[in-house]
Write a protein that binds this ligand. Structure first.
Ligand code: ADP
Length: 166
């Protein structure tokens, strides 16, 4: 069975992430969306449980996709699934530089581990979780950026993060 692992912070999951997950689910037998406790993004808007819950609901429509969380190194996590491949989305040259470096680090820890890239859909090239958080903070409409069923709770949560809140 060919397994893909789609890692990220998913804070929150966006339509850009889902585009990669959906395409990946057609190529691989099984896809694991792995929500990482990412120390370089120190103050997430959503807890890891909230991020996982939103991702699970958004991925329900894809039968071979499951959502997991991890607080260990990705290269170690991937050892749990024999022959698993990391799949990431590439939006811009800046993503490439970072991802290239990550792949080298991962291979240092786990030399068997391969990383593959899917290019972002033109529609979502400029979409990131941070864009969603920023827009939500200012009360902007999130239609077309996140799954419809998650819009309300993202908007609600963002109210607590607004400038001059309270
Ligand atoms: P973000 O950069 O939005 O905070 P994550 O750290 O959660 O996202 O990224 C998880 C993975 O999803 C990464 O491989 C990232 O390149 C990819 N990704 C994020 N947004 C998009 C998008 N709009 N199109 C394609 N891939 C994306």
């Amino acid at each position: 069975m060919r397994t893909a692992i789609c890692p990220g912070s998913f804070d929150p999951i966006t339509l850009g992430h889902l585009n990669i997950i959906r395409r990946c689910s057609k190529i691989f037998d099984r896809v694991i969306v792995c929500i990482m406790v990412n120390s370089s993004k120190s103050s997430p808007m959503f807890s890891i449980e909230e991020r996982a819950d939103m991702a699970r609901r958004a991925c329900e429509r894809y039968p071979n996709v499951t959502v997991d969380t991890s607080d260990i190194l990705l290269a170690e996590y991937a050892r749990r699934y024999e022959g698993a491949v990391i799949v990431k989305g590439l939006r811009a040259a800046s993503d490439f530089e970072y991802e290239f470096q990550m792949d080298l680090i991962n291979k240092n820890i786990n030399p068997q581990l391969e990383t593959m890239f899917l290019t972002a859909s033109g529609k979502y090239t400029f979409l990131s979780s941070s864009v969603v958080r920023e827009m939500a903070r200012y009360g902007a409409d999130l239609t077309g950026l996140v799954p419809d069923e998650l819009k309300k709770e993202i908007e609600e949560k963002a109210k607590q993060w607004r400038p001059n809140h309270g």
